[in-house]
Design a protein around this ligand. Structure first.
Ligand code: PLP
Length: 378
């Protein structure tokens, strides 16, 4: 059996090696490493895939979030509503810009923002709402957008983990996750569903004025070389990463389909394990399984993880500490018990290996090992 990895980028590369090598050789030959044609080409391709008029590339997913807030003219003292059960970047950028992260607890099934708890968190200082599409599934956006619109607050979708997933509206029409709010952001970190071979990120919007502001901010606040209209940053996607991403974007639906097939196999082979909850599939979003995450109750999660490790099966805890209880963010006045769902999830979740190259033999070995664990006397 091929060694099992959380994400197997090597086998993904080998599958289409000649395409990647050719794309990279072309950039190297051109030496157009920054803002070269490969970057424009990829941005256009992604815009077409997402069916959105503006895709603005940048250096990483964290920058994308920060630039989104800057484009909305966020000021020190402003509040930004998001979830405590996410990767730290979502919250970090709010603090870096002098704002206050205001948390809304997540739904215990989807792990995403609970729209029923959103309105109570809104104040006169709320500058933006950032739902995070965790583990490959969109947040319940229509109710979130309705509440946001009622209060005139823009929504930034943190779509780093759900590229390619479809949001299915109440009326049955589908749109790509990340393109419903005023701004969508994503990361091309290598392990994301659409990942490059270094760092990369992007913002998407349907709003021409916002697109122009975002473009200016990523270029040092400059629209004309050496003339500065606003304070910006330096945040670029380089041409080599764009070339890799163009090749991968052609295969994204196929990669996501293979993840979905692996998830279905996991579901079939793991159903009925005592105290184990399989991933929930929301009716309003397709699931592209950035992670395949179980909830393991009865305090057995960590023992399971140890046993998997002994069988050379990697696993990860995304995320072990909800952000409101992390040392860096407690100072905003949060304490234990504030967001009980996030706190409970932190103690129960475990993500199993998930990528486009998982084969049946590996899946069988992983699920049999889990069955072995739950058959053991306690
Ligand atoms: C990966 C990720 C980010 C940050 O992306 P980087 O490219 O690593 O800066 C932000 N939000 C979420 C939810 C992520 O998973």
């Amino acid at each position: 059996m091929h060694p099992i990895q959380m994400v197997d980028l090597q086998r993904q590369y080998q599958r289409d090696q000649s395409l990647f090598d050719r794309a990279l050789a072309q950039v190297i030959g051109s030496t157009a490493f920054i803002n070269g044609p490969a970057v424009q080409e990829f941005s256009k391709k992604l815009a077409s895939y997402l069916d959105v008029p503006y895709v603005l590339p940048c250096a990483n997913g964290t920058d994308a979030l920060q630039i989104a807030l800057m484009a909305l003219d966020m000021q020190p003292g402003d509040e930004v509503i998001t979830v405590p059960f996410t990767f730290v970047a979502t919250v970090e950028v709010v603090s870096l810009l002098g704002g206050k992260p205001v948390f809304v607890d997540v739904d215990p099934h989807t792990f995403n923002m609970d729209p029923d708890k959103l309105e109570a968190a809104i104040s006169s200082r709320t500058k933006a709402i950032i739902p995070v599409h965790l583990f490959g599934q969109s947040s319940h956006l229509e109710p979130i957008l309705a509440i946001a619109a009622k209060h005139g607050i823009p929504v930034i979708e943190d779509n780093a983990q759900a590229t390619g997933s479809d949001y299915v509206r109440q009326d049955g029409t589908a749109v790509k996750a990340g393109t419903l709010g005023q701004i969508g952001t994503t990361s091309f970190y290598p392990t994301k569903n659409l990942g490059c071979w270094g760092d990369g990120g992007a913002l998407f919007t349907r709003d021409e004025a916002l697109a122009a502001r975002i473009h200016t901010i990523t270029n040092h606040g400059s629209t004309r070389k050496y003339y500065y209209d606003s304070i910006g940053v330096n945040s670029r996607l380089d041409s080599l990463q764009a070339a890799v991403l163009s090749v991968k974007l052609d295969h994204l639906d196929q990669y996501n389909q293979r993840r979905q097939e692996a998830a279905t196999k996991y579901d079939e082979q793991l159903k009925g394990l005592p105290g184990v909850t399989l991933p929930y599939r929301a009716p309003y979003s397709t699931h592209v399984f950035h992670q395949y995450t179980l909830k393991v109750g009865e305090g057995r999660r960590d023992a399971l993880r140890t046993l998997l490790e002994a069988h050379k099966i990697p696993s990860m805890i995304y995320y072990p500490v909800p952000l409101h209880l992390s040392a860096a963010y407690r100072s905003y006045g949060y304490s234990e018990g504030d967001f009980p769902v996030s706190e409970q999830l932190a103690g129960e979740v475990i993500s199993l290996p998930m990528h486009s190259e998982l084969d049946h033999e590996q899946l069988h070995y992983i699920t049999q090992t889990l069955h072995g664990f739950f058959a053991l006397p306690r």
